[in-house]
Design a binder for this molecule. Structure first.
Ligand SMILES: *[C@@H]1O[C@H](CO)[C@@H](O)[C@H](O)[C@H]1NC(C)=O
Ligand SMILES: *[C@@H]1O[C@H](CO)[C@@H](O)[C@H](O)[C@H]1NC(C)=O
Ligand SMILES: *[C@@H]1O[C@H](CO)[C@@H](O)[C@H](O)[C@H]1NC(C)=O
Ligand SMILES: *[C@@H]1O[C@H](CO)[C@@H](O)[C@H](O)[C@H]1NC(C)=O
Ligand SMILES: *[C@@H]1O[C@H](CO)[C@@H](O)[C@H](O)[C@H]1NC(C)=O
Ligand SMILES: *[C@@H]1O[C@H](CO)[C@@H](O)[C@H](O)[C@H]1NC(C)=O
Ligand SMILES: *[C@@H]1O[C@H](CO)[C@@H](O)[C@H](O)[C@H]1NC(C)=O
Ligand SMILES: *[C@@H]1O[C@H](CO)[C@@H](O)[C@H](O)[C@H]1NC(C)=O
Length: 735
C-alpha cells in the first residue's frame, strides 16, 4: 500500500503554498462529543495535537445514552450535548466549527490544509462528509441528488464543518431530539429538505476532500508518502482527505491506518508513536515499579516447559514486584509446576498461587475462571498494576521482555513471538468478515522485522500485558462454543473498542509447537527434534558444537583420521540412556538377530536399536543436521545427502554381560560413536583401539562423538569394561 506517488507530492505542495490567509487557523475550532477516554479517544486527541488544532471535547464523564452506535441507529445525545455547548458560539459569524466523532476519527493534515479545502467549496456554509451508503433510512436514497460516478452520494454525520452561527441554528432547528434518536437521520432530513439545505448552504463533500468515511471505501485507500509522512489517498475520488473516519465496520481499517498516518510512522525512522508516553523505569526505584501479576496458563501438554519456567524466573524485573498465578490443566506438568512454585516462593515473589485444575472444564472455561479470579480479587481491588498473561508455549528468551512491555505504557500489548522458521506468530494483522485469520498487507514485513514498532492489531494471543485499570471497565470473554478462547478474547476486546498492540521493536522470544507432543513417551522432549528444533537444539546440542563446526577450528584427531568433537549435551546422554534403560530390551549379544534383514550379526553387541524405541527417524535427522556438516568439513569431497544409516543403536558394555568387542570393520563409509556416560565414574576400562595404528582412545568424554572411516583402514576393537556400565551410541553411516 505504501507507494510513493509523485503526482501527489506535487499536489500537496501546491495546496500548501496556495494558502490564502483569509480565515486564520485560529478561527477553526474542532469540537467532538466523547463520554469515555477510550483508546480511540486518545488516538483522536493525539492527532489533533500533532497538527496543532484547537479543540473542545464535550460530554466527558457523562453517561452515554445514545445507544450502540456500531450496530444500530442512535446518537441523538451527541446533538443534545452539542446544543448545550455550542450555545456560547451562537452569535459568532467568523468562527468555523468542525464537528467529528472521536473514537473512530483521525486527523491527518494540518488546519491550514483543511481550511483551504473548505474555501474551495465557495458559497457553501456547512460541508458534511459523504459516503456510499444511505443510512439509517435506506428509503431516503431516492431523494438524494445524483452524483458523478467517482463521487460519494450520501450524507455521513460523523464529520461536518461550517460557521458557528449556522451550525448552532441547524442543530437547534428542531425543538427536541431524544438521546436515542438517530443523529445522522436528523441531519439527513435537514439536507434533503431543499429549504433548510439552502438556508444553511449545506453541501456534501462528495469527493472526500476533507472527510473520508472508510465504510465501503477501504479498497480505495492508498498510502502515499510525502516528506517522510504517510497520508491516506482516496484513489476513487482522487483526493487526499484531512479527516479519516472509520465508520461502522471500518473501524478495523482505521486501526490499521492508525499505525501509519498522523505521524505514527516515519518511513525512514519507523514507528514514532511507540516512543511516545513511554515510562522510563530506570528513573523509578525498584520498590516503586508497577506490581505485575504473571498469570501462567498451562492448558495443554507443552514441550520444554522447564525452559519456559526458567525464562519466567530469569525475567529482569524485581521479584518483589511480581506475583505468580499458575493455572495448570495438565496432570503431566504437575510435578514440574510444583517444583517451580517452590522456587518462585523461595525467591521473594510477592506471592505464588495455584489454581487447581479440573479435567472436566474446557480451555475457555479455565481461562475465564482464572481471569475472574485475577480480575475480581486482585486487579479490581487495585492490587495489581498489570496482568501479564503467559501461555506455556511462549518462550521469553529475552529476559527484558516484561520490563520493555511495561515501559510501553499501553492498555494491552503483546510481544511478537514467532515459531522459528515459520510465518506463524502470536498475532493477526487482519481478520475476515467471518472473524477468521486474514493476512494484512504489512504482516510479512512485521514478522521479518522490516517494519518495527507497536502496531494496533485485531488479534493477539499467548502472551500479553494488560494495564490493571482496564478491568475496572471491562472483563474480556473467553467462552464461546463455536470459536477458540483466543479468538473470543480478542473479539470481545475489539467489540468493546479497546486496542491491542503488538510490539516487535525487540526480539522477545519464540513460540513452541505443542501439537504432537507425546507425554506417553519416556522422555517426550527428546522426540521433539522435528516439531521444535530450536528448543531441541538449545536443550540437546552441545554449546561447543558450533565452534567445532567453524571452518577455522581444527578438530582433535586422537588417532589418524579419527575425529573427535562435542555434539550432545549431558542432558541428551542422560535422556537417551534413560529411554534405553526403561525400554530394557537389550539384545544379549546373540549372533542370530531377528531385527536384521539377514537375521545374523557377525560381530554382535549387547544393544538396542533406535527403531525399537521409535527414535530412528529422529536420529537420521540428527545425522543430517549435525553430523554431516562435520563430516564434510573433515573428509573433504565426500558428499552423500542425506546420510543413510540402517543401523543406529546404543551399545551397553558391562563385565557381567558383554564387556568388549573383538577387532572388526564396520559396514559403513564412516562411523559415529557417541559417548553416553563418564569413564572413571560410571565405569572403568573401555575405549576403542585402532589396530593399524596401535592407537587407543580410552578417555572418552560424555557427549563427544568419534568419527572414523568404517572399512579397510580402521580395523578396531572395543576395549574391555572392567567395572560399571558403559553406554555408547553407534551409527554406521552410508553402509
Ligand atoms: C502513560 O500513558 C498515559 C496515556 O495513555 C499518559 O497519560 C501517562 O502520562 C503515561 N505515563 C507516563 C509515565 O508517561
Ligand atoms: C537463566 O539465567 C541463568 C543465569 O543467567 C542462565 O544461566 C540460564 O541459561 C537462563 N535460563 C534460561 C532458560 O534462559
Ligand atoms: C510426579 O511425582 C510423583 C511422586 O514423586 C510420581 O509418582 C509421579 O510419577 C510423577 N508424575 C509425573 C507425571 O512425572
Ligand atoms: C494504566 O492506564 C492508566 C490509564 O491510561 C494510566 O493512568 C496508568 O498510569 C496505567 N497504569 C500504569 C501502572 O502504568
Ligand atoms: C526485509 O528485510 C530483509 C532482511 O532483513 C531483506 O532481505 C528484505 O529485502 C526486506 N524486505 C522488504 C520487503 O523490505
Ligand atoms: C505416544 O507414545 C506412545 C508410547 O510410545 C505410543 O504408544 C503412542 O502411539 C504415541 N502416540 C502418538 C499419538 O503418537
Ligand atoms: C577464519 O579465519 C580467517 C583468517 O584468519 C578469517 O578471515 C575468517 O573470518 C575466519 N572465519 C570465521 C568463520 O571465523
Ligand atoms: C602398542 O602400544 C602400546 C602402548 O601404547 C605398546 O605397549 C605396544 O607395544 C604397542 N604395540 C605395538 C605392536 O606396537
Amino acid at each position: 500500500m505504501c507507494k510513493m506517488l509523485a503526482q501527489w507530492t506535487v499536489l500537496l505542495l501546491v495546496l500548501c503554498f496556495k494558502s490564502i490567509q483569509a480565515i486564520s487557523k485560529d478561527d477553526l475550532l474542532v469540537v467532538s462529543v466523547a463520554t469515555d477516554e477510550t483508546d480511540g479517544y486518545r488516538r483522536f486527541i493525539r492527532s489533533l495535537n500533532i497538527y496543532g488544532y484547537k479543540y473542545e471535547i464535550y460530554g466527558l464523564g457523562q453517561t452515554w445514552k445514545g445507544g450502540d452506535m456500531k450496530n444500530s441507529a442512535g446518537g441523538g445525545q451527541k446533538i443534545n450535548i452539542l446544543r448545550e455547548n455550542l450555545a456560547r458560539y451562537k452569535n459568532d459569524r467568523t468562527k468555523l466549527i468542525l464537528f467529528t466523532d472521536s473514537y473512530d476519527v483521525i486527523f491527518t493534515q494540518p488546519p491550514e490544509f483543511l481550511l483551504n479545502k473548505f474555501k474551495k467549496f465557495d458559497s457553501a456554509r456547512i460541508v458534511f462528509g459523504a459516503e456510499d451508503y444511505c443510512w439509517p433510512d435506506k428509503s431516503l436514497q431516492y431523494d438524494y441528488p445524483l452524483v458523478e460516478s467517482n463521487e460519494k452520494r450520501f450524507l455521513n454525520s460523523g464529520g461536518f464543518i461550517g460557521y458557528a452561527w449556522d451550525i448552532y441554528e441547524m442543530i437547534t432547528s428542531k425543538e427536541k431530539i431524544e438521546d436515542t434518536e438517530d443523529d445522522q437521520l436528523f441531519y439527513t432530513k435537514i439536507f434533503l429538505d431543499e429549504y433548510t439545505r439552502t438556508k444553511w448552504g449545506i453541501v456534501l463533500d462528495k469527493r472526500a476532500e476533507i472527510f473520508m468515511n472508510l465504510n465501503g471505501a477501504t479498497d480505495e485507500v492508498e498510502l502515499p508518502i510525502l516528506n517522510d509522512e504517510v497520508y491516506v489517498r482516496n484513489s476513487w475520488t482522487d483526493s487526499v482527505p484531512s479527516v479519516i473516519h472509520g465508520n461502522g465496520p471500518a473501524k478495523k481499517s482505521l486501526n490499521y491506518l492508525s499505525n501509519y498516518i498522523a505521524r505514527a510512522w516515519s518511513p525512514t525512522v519507523g514507528s514514532l508513536e511507540s516512543k511516545e508516553n513511554v515510562i522510563d523505569l530506570t528513573k523509578i526505584e525498584e520498590k516503586q515499579w508497577p506490581m505485575v501479576y504473571v498469570a501462567i496458563f498451562i492448558e495443554y501438554p507443552t514441550p520444554f516447559l522447564r525452559e519456559f519456567y526458567d525464562k519466567i524466573f530469569n525475567l529482569t524485573y524485581p521479584k518483589s514486584r511480581l506475583a505468580v498465578l499458575i493455572h495448570n490443566q495438565v496432570e503431566y506438568h504437575k510435578n514440574l509446576t510444583e517444583k517451580y512454585m517452590s522456587k518462585f516462593k523461595e525467591n521473594g515473589y510477592k506471592f505464588v498461587k495455584y489454581f487447581n485444575h479440573d479435567d472436566d472444564i474446557t480451555e475457555g472455561e479455565a481461562r475465564q475462571q482464572a481471569m475472574y479470579v485475577i480480575e475480581l480479587t486482585e486487579c479490581q481491588e487495585d492490587q495489581c498494576d498489570y496482568l501479564f498473561v503467559v501461555d506455556s508455549i511462549s518462550q521469553l528468551d529475552n529476559p527484558d521482555t516484561l520490563t520493555k512491555l511495561v515501559s510501553f505504557n499501553r492498555t494491552i500489548i503483546s510481544p511478537m513471538l514467532l515459531r522459528p522458521g515459520k510465518t506463524w506468530s502470536n498475532f493477526w494483522g487482519d481478520y475476515s468478515d467471518e472473524g477468521f485469520y486474514k493476512r494484512s498487507p504489512d504482516y510479512v514485513d512485521i514478522i521479518n522485522y522490516n517494519k518495527t514498532g507497536s502496531f494496533n492489531v485485531p488479534h493477539i494471543a499467548h502472551c500479553y500485558l494488560i494495564n490493571g485499570t482496564f478491568f475496572k471497565r471491562f472483563t474480556p470473554k473467553y467462552i464461546d462454543a463455536s470459536i477458540d478462547p483466543d479468538v473470543k478474547f480478542c473479539q470481545s476486546i475489539r467489540d468493546a473498542g479497546y486496542f491491542m498492540y503488538l510490539n516487535n521493536e525487540h526480539k522477545y522470544g519464540h513460540q513452541t509447537d505443542p501439537d504432537n507432543f507425546n507425554t506417553s513417551l519416556i522422555v517426550p522432549e527428546l522426540y521433539e527434534i522435528f516439531n521444535n528444533l530450536h528448543d531441541w537444539k538449545a536443550r540437546y546440542i552441545h554449546p561447543d558444537y558450533y565452534k567445532a563446526l567453524d571452518l577455522n577450528t581444527t578438530l582433535q584427531q586422537p588417532c589418524p583420521d579419527v575425529f573427535w568433537f562435542p555434539v550432545a549435551t549431558d542432558e541428551f546422554t542422560y535422556d537417551l540412556v534413560k529411554v534405553m534403560e526403561v525400554f530394557n530390551g537389550w539384545s544379549g549379544s546373540a549372533h542370530n538377530d531377528a531385527r536384521l534383514s539377514g537375521g545374523y550379526e557377525n560381530v554382535p553387541t549387547d544393544d538396542i536399536h533406535m527403531t525399537q524405541v521409535g527414535f530412528n527417524d529422529h536420529w537420521l535427522f540428527f545425522l543430517k543436521e549435525f553430523i554431516q556438516p562435520i563430516q564434510q568439513k573433515v573428509y573433504i569431497g565426500y558428499y552423500n545427502d542425506p546420510p543413510k544409516a540402517a543401523l543406529n543403536f546404543v551399545v551397553r558394555y558391562m563385565p557381567e554381560y558383554q564387556y568388549k568387542l573383538r577387532p572388526h570393520h564396520d559396514a559403513s563409509t564412516y562411523t559415529i560413536n557417541l559417548a553416553l556416560n563418564d569413564v572413571g565414574k560410571d565405569y572403568e576400562g573401555g575405549g576403542c583401539r585402532f589396530l593399524r595404528y596401535n592407537c587407543s582412545i580410552a578417555s572418552t568424554v560424555r557427549g563427544w562423538a568419534l568419527m572414523h572411516p568404517g572399512r579397510l583402514t580402521h580395523l578396531h576393537e572395543g576395549l574391555p569394561v572392567l567395572k560399571g556400565k558403559r553406554f555408547i551410541m553407534v551409527s554406521f553411516v552410508d553402509p
